[in-house]
Design a protein around this ligand. Structure first.
Ligand SMILES: *Cc1c(COP(=O)(O)O)cnc(C)c1O
Length: 408
C-alpha cells in the first residue's frame, strides 16, 4: 500500500492529515511537543466492528496488549473486545485495572517466574503454560494459595506456518510445549488440582496470506483434537492464535479478512462444533487491532544537502519507532509509509532521505522518498505506528525525552 492509500484511511482537513477530526498542526499544538504518537479511537472502533461483522459470533476476540500497552488504548479496547492477553506481570496489572473480569485475561510468554505465576493464579487469570516447569509452578501456587488454578497449555505445533513475518511455532521453539510432549506433561499433573481449560497454539505473526492462516487454523484444530483425548474435562478454551498481518511496506497488500473469516466459519460450524461443543474459540490479535490506528509524528529540525542528496533531519527516530528504521527483526530494510502531514495531498516534488536525530546511520526513517518540498518545522508522519512502537523501541538510547502518546 502507498502512503497516499494510508492517508485515505485517516482523511484530510484543509490540506492536512486529520485524526479524530483534528487537523495535524492543531493536534501538535495541543500535544505541545514533538515527537508524539497519536492513536485514533474511531479507527480502533472501525477495526473491532469490522472483525465482529466478519468473524463467527462464537469466536471471542482477545487483544494481545504487548502490541500497544498505552493505558488509554487498553482501557478503550477492554470495553470492546472479549479478552486481553498479557505477557508480563506489569501487563497483567494493567489489564486487570481496566475492570475486565480475571477469567477473561490470559497470561502467555516464556520464562514466567514463580512470583509472576503466583500473581496470576491469585488473580484468577488463565495461565498459558509454556513448559513442564511452569506447570509445576502453577501447581505449587495453587496449593499455597488454596485455589484451583486455570491453565491452558500452549502447544508448539508439529507444523510450521510459512509466510509469517515472525515464526513462533514448529520445529524447536522457546514457545509452548512440543505437541508430542503434551500427553506426558498432562499425565504428570493430572492429580495436581489444576483445571486445564484448553489449549493455545500461536503459530506466527504478521501474516498477510489468508489461505495460510486458514490452513494453520485447520491444522491447529486437528492437533488439539488429538491432544484433547488426554484431558479429563472437555475443552472449554480453544485459542487458535491469530497472526493477522498489516501492510507495512509499499508492496504489502492488506490481508483478505473475508477469506480468513470464511475459513473460520467453516471451521467453527464443522470440526469445532462437532469436537469441541463446550469450547470458546479465541482469536488473539495485537497489531491487526491497533497497528493501523496509530501514527508517529516528528518535526523537521534541519534540512541539508550532502553531495547532491537532500536530507530531512527530524526530532524523532528509531529510539521511538524502531520498526520504521528496519531494525525490529526485518531481514531487508524497506521504507514504512510516511508523508509530510501538514502538506497532505500536495504533489511530490523532490526525493529526500528522512533521518532521525540519533548519532548512528541506523536511524533512517525514509530512504529516497518522494515528498512535497518539506521545510523546517513541518511535520513528518509515519503510518502503521499503532503497534510495536514506543514500548518496542530503545527509548533510553542517547537520552532524548520520551514522546507523548495521545488517544484522540
Ligand atoms: C505477540 C503475540 C501476539 C500478537 O501478535 P500480533 O502479530 O501483534 O498479532 C499474540 N499472541 C501471542 C502469544 C503473542 O506472543
Amino acid at each position: 500500500m502507498t502512503p497516499e492509500e494510508h492517508l485515505e484511511g485517516f482523511g484530510t482537513i484543509g490540506g492536512e492529515l486529520q485524526l479524530g477530526g483534528i487537523p495535524l498542526s492543531r493536534l501538535a499544538a495541543r500535544v505541545g511537543s514533538t515527537p508524539f504518537f497519536a492513536y485514533d479511537r474511531g479507527r480502533l472502533d472501525e477495526r473491532v466492528d469490522r472483525l465482529r461483522a466478519a468473524l463467527p459470533a462464537r469466536v471471542e476476540l482477545s487483544y494481545a496488549m504487548k502490541a500497544n500497552p498505552m493505558p488509554a488504548v487498553v482501557q478503550h479496547l477492554a470495553g470492546r473486545v472479549d479478552r486481553i492477553d498479557v505477557a508480563s506481570a506489569l501487563e497483567l496489572r494493567a489489564a486487570l485495572d481496566t475492570g475486565i473480569p480475571a477469567a477473561q485475561v490470559s497470561f502467555a510468554g516464556p520464562g514466567k517466574t514463580a512470583a509472576e505465576i503466583r500473581q496470576a493464579v491469585a488473580a484468577g487469570v488463565i495461565v498459558e503454560v509454556e513448559s513442564g516447569t511452569e506447570f509445576g509452578r502453577v501447581a505449587e501456587a495453587g496449593e499455597r494459595l488454596g485455589l484451583v488454578p486455570r491453565v491452558a497449555v500452549r502447544v508448539n505445533p508439529d507444523f510450521a506456518v510459512k509466510g509469517s513475518g515472525m515464526r513462533m511455532g514448529g520445529g524447536p521453539q522457546q514457545f509452548g510445549i512440543d505437541a508430542e510432549q503434551v500427553p506426558g506433561v498432562l499425565r504428570e499433573y493430572a492429580a495436581s488440582g489444576i483445571d486445564v481449560v484448553g489449549f493455545h497454539v500461536f503459530a506466527g505473526s504478521q501474516n498477510l496470506n489468508a489461505a495460510i492462516i486458514g490452513e494453520a487454523q485447520r491444522r491447529t484444530v486437528d492437533l488439539i483434537g488429538t491432544l484433547a483425548e488426554h484431558l479429563a474435562a472437555p475443552v472449554r478454551y480453544l485459542n487458535l492464535g491469530g497472526g493477522f498481518g498489516i501492510p507495512y511496506v509499499e508492496r504489502d497488500r492488506p490481508l483478505d479478512l473475508d477469506a480468513v473469516a470464511s475459513d473460520l466459519h467453516a471451521l467453527v460450524d464443522g470440526p469445532i462444533a462437532e469436537r469441541f461443543p463446550d469450547a470458546t474459540p479465541v482469536i488473539e490479535l495485537g497489531r491487526y487491532l491497533v497497528g493501523e490506528c496509530g501514527v508517529y509524528v516528528t518535526q523537521v529540525v534541519d534540512r541539508k544537502v550532502s553531495r547532491g542528496k537532500t536530507y530531512l533531519v527530524v526530532d524523532g527516530g528509531m529510539h521511538h519507532q524502531l520498526a520504521a528504521s528496519g531494525n525490529f527483526g526485518q531481514a531487508i530494510r524497506r521504507n514504512y509509509p510516511l508523508i509530510v502531514g501538514n502538506r497532505a495531498g500536495a504533489p511530490s516534488s523532490e526525493t529526500v532521505t528522512v533521518v532521525g536525530c540519533l548519532c548512528t546511520p541506523l536511524d533512517l526513517l525514509g530512504d529516497d522518498v518522494e515528498l512535497p518540498a518539506a521545510q523546517i518545522d513541518d511535520l513528518v508522519v509515519i503510518f502503521q505506528a499503532g503497534a510495536y512502537g514506543l514500548t518496542a523501541s530503545p527509548t533510553a538510547f542517547l537520552g532524548h525525552p520520551a514522546p507523548a502518546e495521545v488517544l484522540v
